[in-house]
Design a protein around this ligand. Structure first.
Ligand code: MG
Length: 160
């Protein structure tokens, strides 16, 4: 009988002046960037933590510590690719991914289809197994004040 598990991931990065906003593995035309050791992609970082968490394999920092110069400026899709490999090696199948991006601006809904395609491609799952939503910070806190973006992701895994 299959066993189902749910992993939860969360991440938050500061927004700084720049033009390198990467979310969900895609580049978004915007006048700010997410600062971080890697590209700061909060959605992919939260997703990696959800996947690793569901498999009880630790978290993104376990495998890709931000003190390691190898991961400086790296595209976060590499972390997702590695997490997918680790799950596969442990016989976990990704059943469903549900993510929220917390961002005051810009409007992100137009980018969801491309984010889903990117994640589907890397995770090797169909598009109907991926949900992405966005919420603002209602002008409150660091998200609402446009100083940060954050993300929560829940991932359901099946172990046969
Ligand atoms: Mg991060």
């Amino acid at each position: 009988m299959s066993e189902f598990r749910t992993g939860l991931g969360y991440d938050k990065h500061p927004l700084v002046p720049g033009n390198q906003l990467v979310l969900g593995g895609i580049s978004i035309d915007y006048f700010k960037s997410l600062a971080g050791h890697s590209d700061g992609d909060v959605l992919l970082h939260a997703l990696v933590d959800a996947l690793l968490g569901g498999a009880a394999l630790g978290d993104i920092g376990t495998f890709f510590p931000d003190t390691d110069p190898r991961w400086g400026g790296i595209a976060s899709q590499f972390f997702l690719e590695e997490a997918v490999h680790k799950l596969k090696a442990k016989k976990f199948e990704i059943v469903f991914i549900d993510g929220i991006i917390l961002a005051e601006k810009p409007k992100l809904a137009p980018y969801f289809p491309r984010m889903k395609e990117k994640i589907a491609e890397i995770a090797r799952i169909s598009l109907d197994r991926i949900s992405i939503k966005a919420k603002t910070g209602e002008k409150m806190d660091s998200v609402g004040q446009e100083n940060a973006m954050a993300s929560f992701v829940a991932a359901t895994l099946r172990l046969d």
